[in-house]
Write a protein that binds this ligand. Structure first.
Ligand SMILES: [Zn+2]
Ligand SMILES: [Zn+2]
Length: 432
């Protein structure tokens, strides 16, 4: 035994730097590619809605335990999983995150592993589909975990793996997602100095990776405005207060929030009315009209200003018609702006280029969608990048988008995502 130890110590000394050399990303990733594909297909065929990711989180937790990760915790924010990979060398502490939830969408992809799963959403039976590609995110991060565990001895620092539920929002009346993971203290127990995540998108072709520094994805907020009049006969409008005319005026005036009030030379703003509900019969002026919609912003100050403007317009336009309003702006907690830390982004873009080739990496426009990764990136510097999902040669702008029943992920995205994330993590940990 002694002699053996001596021999191995001697050979380590002789090989010196060569033995300590960490394997390259391609070698590491190739070993897990087939597994990532299998996990992704399995998760795709067994999708689970937000806060119901029971099977998925068990798959993840079992895998992390089998890899020998430390402090594997389950049941965070209902079904979240976290675990720590401690490298054999000193180095920084970072976090990497994947989301695990699917959507209430009935799949029409025609894939052999198409989802046939149904569930209940807001009291209705719905199909369930990984229409946003979170199956890919989970599979990729499981692969990254395995690849890094295989070189644990040469890995500097510590990495917190976060597998998060309910990115698309928790069911009504429940808490969930990134904000809840943080509320339950995941960054209190393990404070990373940076956090990384990725998202697959139909708007990019497979083989490509996209990034944006600073504000990258919008803050998304819902609103609900009830215009209250007084019901009367349609032939005698003067006998009541017409909330339909007031609501129409309100919708028109609200267009000036973007066109006249916000400095859109700085960053864009969107105010959209998505539904109008009011009235029952052609000759009855109803009591009230309900307006619902969404607000998208890229700056916290502008976000708060739009809230105030919309409340102000609603209140005063309604008053001009003799009506009143109940303006819930916003009516639920929205997602903040997803901001990529500029210095961290500048540092990591070369890693993306190393992983997939500079010709395949592009700086993207602002994305009007929202992400609850924003909550982590509010706590510590964050870098969230985008991985193309639409097959090469197909027009990515016209391809069925994320959330569509025909959303299609070219599995090349799995390989690209695995390599890009591994490169980002290893370069950060090695200060490369
Ligand atoms: Zn989504
Ligand atoms: Zn998503």
């Amino acid at each position: 035994m002694r002699r053996l130890l001596l021999v191995s110590a001697l050979s380590a000394a002789l090989c010196g730097p060569a033995a300590a050399q960490a394997p390259d990303v391609e070698t590491l990733a190739t070993k897990v590619d087939a597994k990532v594909q299998a996990w992704r297909r399995d998760i795709h065929q067994h999708p689970e809605l937000g806060n119901r990711e029971v099977r998925t989180s068990k798959l993840v937790a079992d895998h992390l335990r089998a890899l020998g990760f430390e402090d594997v915790r389950t049941g965070i924010a209902t079904t979240g999983v976290t675990a720590v990979l401690r490298g054999g060398k000193p180095g920084p502490r970072i976090a990497v995150r994947a989301d695990m939830d699917a959507l209430p969408v009935t799949e029409r992809s025609g894939l052999p592993f198409e989802s046939k799963v149904t569930s209940t959403f807001r009291g209705e039976t719905v199909g369930v589909m990984h229409a946003c590609g979170h199956d890919a995110h989970t599979g990729i991060l499981m692969g990254v975990a395995e690849a890094l565990a295989s070189m644990k001895a040469e890995l500097p620092g510590e990495i917190l793996f976060i597998f998060q539920p309910a990115e698309e929002g928790p069911p009504d009346g429940e808490e969930g997602g990134a904000e809840e993971m943080l509320k339950q203290g995941i960054f209190d127990r393990f404070k990373p100095e940076a956090v990384f995540g990725l998202h697959v998108f139909s708007t990019l072709n497979a083989g490509t990776v996209g990034w944006r520094s600073g504000p990258a994805m919008a803050a998304s907020d819902r609103f609900n405005i009830v215009v209250k009049g007084r019901q009367t006969h349609g032939s005698r409008p003067w006998g009541g207060v017409d909330p339909i005319v007031a609501a129409a005026d309100l919708i028109g005036s609200a267009q000036t929030i973007v066109s006249r009030r916000q400095n859109i030379s700085k960053l864009p703003v969107v105010v959209t009315f998505g539904a109008i509900k009011g009235g029952i019969r052609y000759n009855i002026i109803p009591d009230s009209v309900e307006l619902v919609g969404t607000i998208r912003t890229f700056d916290e100050g502008m976000r708060q200003a739009v809230f105030a403007d919309l409340k102000n317009v609603a209140t005063h336009v309604a008053a001009a018609h003799g009506a009143t309003v109940e303006a819930n702006v916003p009516d639920t907690k929205g997602n903040p702006v997803t901001v990529n830390h500029p210095a961290l982004t500048a540092r990591m873009v070369p890693s993306l280029e190393k992983a997939v080739g500079a010709a395949n990496v592009r700086e993207l426009d602002l994305n009007m969608g929202a992400e609850d990764f924003s909550y982590y990136a509010r706590e510590v510097p964050g870098f969230f990048f985008f991985v193309g999902a639409t097959p090469r040669g197909q027009d990515a702008i016209k391809a069925p988008s994320n959330h569509s029943p025909e959303f299609f992920l070219d599995e090349e995205a799995l390989k690209v995502g695995t390599r890009a994330m591994l490169q980002v993590v290893l370069d950060y940990q090695n200060d490369a």
